[in-house]
Design a protein around this ligand. Structure first.
Ligand code: NAG
Length: 333
């Protein structure tokens, strides 16, 4: 009797598995498909932004590498940040452009997870890098006498390596857990890239472990760098306000105000996306704020740094003159 009961139970499970659990292999990234008449306009806008982003950040990297006056920790970090921004937008904007142009929105599940891996790793490294940059400014402004000792080339390099190892190890752990999940549909993601929470929503496996690990890592990856950045800039601002002369106040403020703008833009939009509840009315807002930290801030960074910074402007003129003289084969003055 019991054997029969087991057999019935087994058969029922088998049927359930067959009917509900058709494993899907592709997601549909809906993106902006709810605005069908805006597709062409969106395509050209995103293409323009993407080209400007890549060009602006490449200019910064070239300046930092080519101009000897910019061979300081602050500019090394800035150059590295620009590299990071180029890669970061490149993990999602080209795919978005492709789907806006062709209407092909399907992404394989593994492709989606890999996209999450790349953009989360780069985003996470950016959090750490912004913290390191704020620490660098703190040392330069509040500990000027010990600055060259506390922030030399080797320490710079070590800090960068730590940023990368920390984010890579955390995100690859989450990614390996994601690869074990199965997805059974529906397969539509209401976003323009493969973020973690929209993917988890579509999974039919037990996602508690992924969610727990993600929560722990998000607490490690976002909260400490954010607090470090916040505290550094607070100490810097207090220090600047206490400076005696107006000239020194202005000089100190001009170097770190651009950093502060970048930090506020990045963390501000990140906070809006991940902390605000995802209700029906907030959906549009979510998407706009996601656009902010994935598409707009990478474009704005080079502008913010170069427009507000005399050293960068001088480096632009020097490098342009160098290139011109090489091109025209004139002797360098
Ligand atoms: C990134 O940082 C390293 C180490 O400080 C530096 O040697 C390198 O030039 C930087 N890269 C760019 C593109 O600025």
């Amino acid at each position: 009797m019991q054997a029969l009961f087991h057999k019935i139970l087994y058969f029922q499970q088998y049927i359930n598995n067959r009917t509900d659990r058709t494993i899907i292999t592709h997601f549909i990234l809906l993106g902006f498909s709810d605005h069908p008449n805006l597709q062409v306009l969106l395509f050209w806008s995103f293409l323009t932004i993407y080209v400007l982003t890549v060009a602006g950040n490449i200019i910064i990297v070239v300046l930092v590498v080519a101009d000897l006056h910019l061979h300081t920790p602050m500019y090394f970090f800035l150059g590295n940040l620009s590299c990071l921004e180029i890669c970061y937008t490149s993990t999602m904007v080209p795919r978005l452009l492709f789907s806006l142009l062709t209407g092909d929105r399907a992404v394989s599940v593994h492709g989606c997870i890999m996209q999450y891996f790349f953009c989360a790793t780069l985003g996470c490294t950016e959090c750490f890098l912004l913290a390191v940059m704020s620490y660098d400014r703190y040392l330069a402004i509040c500990r000027p006498l010990r600055y060259t000792y506390l922030m030399n080339g080797r320490i710079c390099f070590c800090l960068l390596v730590i940023c990368w190892i920390a984010s890579l190890s955390n995100i690859s752990t989450i990614t390996s857990l994601l690869f074990k999940l199965s997805f059974c549909g529906p397969n539509e993601i209401e976003h323009f890239f493969c973020d973690l929470s929209p993917m988890l929503k579509l999974s039919c496996s037990d996602i508690h472990l992924v969610e727990l690990v993600n929560f722990i890592f998000a607490s490690i990856d976002i909260v400490p760098p954010f607090l470090l950045t916040l505290i550094s800039y607070m100490i810097i601002i207090i220090n600047i306000l206490q400076m005696r002369t107006k000239a020194s106040r202005q000089k100190a403020f001009s170097t770190c105000s651009s950093h502060l703008i970048v930090v506020i833009l990045f963390y501000g939009s990140l906070t809006c996306v991940y902390l605000l509840p995802e209700t029906e009315t907030m959906k549009e807002l979510h998407r706009i704020f996601s656009l902010f930290y994935t598409v707009f801030t990478p474009m704005l960074n080079p502008l913010i740094y170069s427009l507000r910074n005399r050293e960068v402007k001088a480096a632009v003129y020097r490098t342009a003159a160098k290139i011109a003289s090489v091109a025209l084969k004139l002797p360098l003055q």
